[in-house]
Design a protein. Structure first.
Length: 101
């Protein structure tokens, strides 16, 4: 799967209300930390959403160049909103597409 496709899918994954989180890669319905690919996961951070949709245990390095530096820290900032994270993933996907990726 191309980086642009992964980033677009990650944006769609966390766009619905309640599907985004901070501090952990993923949480279950009770707010407990779970692995991003765990069947019990119901919400994800920017990093966890990418891992979930790409079905990987680690995010590929080539994706990071389209994301903010320290994307997980950026995701977890107290002032960050779900809408900003979704928008950043879409922006990163557009950048990747522009490069043919």
């Amino acid at each position: 799967m191309k980086p642009s496709e992964i980033l677009d899918k990650a944006a769609r994954k966390i766009e619905p209300e309640g599907r985004w989180t901070r501090q952990y890669s993923a949480r279950d319905k009770d707010g407990r930390e779970v692995a991003p690919n765990d069947a019990a996961a119901t919400c994800w951070c920017i990093y966890g959403a990418i891992m979930k949709v790409s079905r990987r245990r680690k995010v590929r390095g080539d994706l990071f160049r389209f994301l903010p530096t320290y994307a997980s820290v950026w995701n977890d900032a107290p002032e960050r909103t779900q809408a900003e994270v979704v928008a950043k993933l879409r922006e990163a996907a557009a950048l990747a597409r522009a490069e043919g990726q």
